[in-house]
Ligand binder design. Structure first.
Ligand SMILES: *Cc1c(COP(=O)(O)O)cnc(C)c1O
Length: 376
């Protein structure tokens, strides 16, 4: 049996007629960059999140970058985030001219550890970007409380958390802005690059709309220096079709996680992802902690089970951030996660028999005597 890491073909097959029609509609409308379909998607995505405004942009990276720009963050400022994230979170900070300051994560959920946050705050700190990693929000209340006390903005990196909830309210609606990516493999994916920012603040929404469209107040009148960060109409049309299915897909991901949890419960060597009491996890990924991770990854691939690593090198250890001079041991929890976590296949269409095959394969690999020798 072959189990892919994600299966976009299976994901899109039942939607094909609706997607074809949506693309044809855009062709007929002749609006391609921004326009009415983008505005419709923005309205529907804002409603889905339960926020007042959504601003469609070109990617999740742009959503983060423009959020920070709109909050006035620039050279000399510091923005706090976590080291175990996709590079984009830190890139957005750097592209404003600000400096990323990292705070380690808690060892159970791998999200920003609020207890470590106060020590990272300096007079230059302007904002905090908690990352809702793997489909589960960070513990937002203590983070928001600390932010309020110090007058800091919170920008939620919700790029892996479409539809996830914290204490019954959606990810992305707690901070000044929530940033989403619609990269094809995300829980809600476009047919190319796209992203969105949600906010309840009308001034911030207007600033973001201006920033993503060359700072235009009206056509060819530019009140500020912005950027071309508009959402494509084709992406918006595809996203409108797919958004209607997102709640069901998230429910299926949760059901798949329960199957894994059930089938793996007795394996002492394996640590499973945990849903926090405050959270509704949407399992963008299903990372487990296994001994000899790299060997297990290779052995699973040989048996036809494709896994991933999220992420093999923490941001502070990337050559791109060499200049921050943060050595090994700076953030031990994030560094251990990079060494030990293995993401199992996880997508809504994963079948019971596929999940069973993943677990049987993993069991056979972990039971091998040679593995025990390597481990000891
Ligand atoms: C995907 C992702 C991004 C970047 O989104 P793009 O649409 O690829 O630019 C940022 N942060 C996290 C945590 C992500 O997973």
């Amino acid at each position: 049996m072959q189990v892919p890491f994600v299966d976009l073909a299976a994901h899109h097959r039942p939607l094909r007629p609706a997607l074809d029609a949506a693309v044809a509609e855009v062709l007929d409308s002749n609006y391609f960059a921004g326009g009415p379909v983008v505005a419709q998607f923005e309205e529907e995505f804002a409603a889905f999140c339960g926020s007042r405004f959504a601003i469609g942009v070109g990617s999740g990276t742009e959503a983060l970058w423009l959020s920070l720009l709109a909050l006035g963050i620039g050279p000399g400022d510091e923005v706090i985030t976590v080291p175990n994230t996709f590079l984009a979170t830190a890139e957005a900070i750097s592209y404003c001219g600000a400096t990323p300051v990292f705070v380690d994560v808690d060892p159970v959920h791998h999200t920003l550890d609020p207890e470590l946050l106060p020590a990272a705050i300096t007079p230059r700190t302007k904002a905090i970007i908690p990352v809702h990693l793997y489909g589960q929000t960070a513990d937002l209340d203590p983070i928001l409380e600390i932010a309020r006390k110090h007058g800091l903005a919170v920008v939620e990196d919700s790029c892996q958390a479409h539809g996830a909830e914290y204490k019954g309210r959606k990810a992305g609606t707690w901070g000044a802005t929530g940033c989403f990516s619609f990269y094809p493999g995300k829980n809600l994916g476009a047919m190319g690059e796209a992203g969105a920012i949600v906010t309840d603040d009308p001034t911030l929404a207007a600033t973001l709309q201006s920033f993503r469209d060359h700072g235009q107040s009206k056509r060819y009148h530019h009140s500020r220096i912005g950027w071309n960060a508009r959402m494509d109409a084709l992406q918006a049309a595809v996203l409108r079709v797919k958004l209607r299915h997102l709640p069901r897909w998230n429910t299926q991901r949760r059901a798949n996680a329960r199957v894994y949890q059930e089938l793996l419960a007795d394996l002492e060597d394996v640590v499973l992802p945990q849903e926090a009491a405050y959270s509704r996890h949407v399992y963008h990924l299903f990372p487990i902690r296994v001994p000899q991770r790299d060997q297990v990854l290779r052995d699973l691939a040989e048996l036809g089970v494709m896994c991933g690593i999220h992420y093999p090198v923490p941001v502070h250890r990337q050559p791109a951030y060499h200049h921050l001079e943060l050595g090994i041991g700076s953030f031990p929890v994030a560094e251990a996660a990079a060494r030990e976590l293995l993401s199992l296949p996880m997508f809504p269409e994963l079948t019971r028999s596929q999940a069973e095959y993943v677990v049987t394969s993993l069991r056979s690999i972990l039971a091998r005597p040679v593995e025990h020798e390597r481990r000891s």
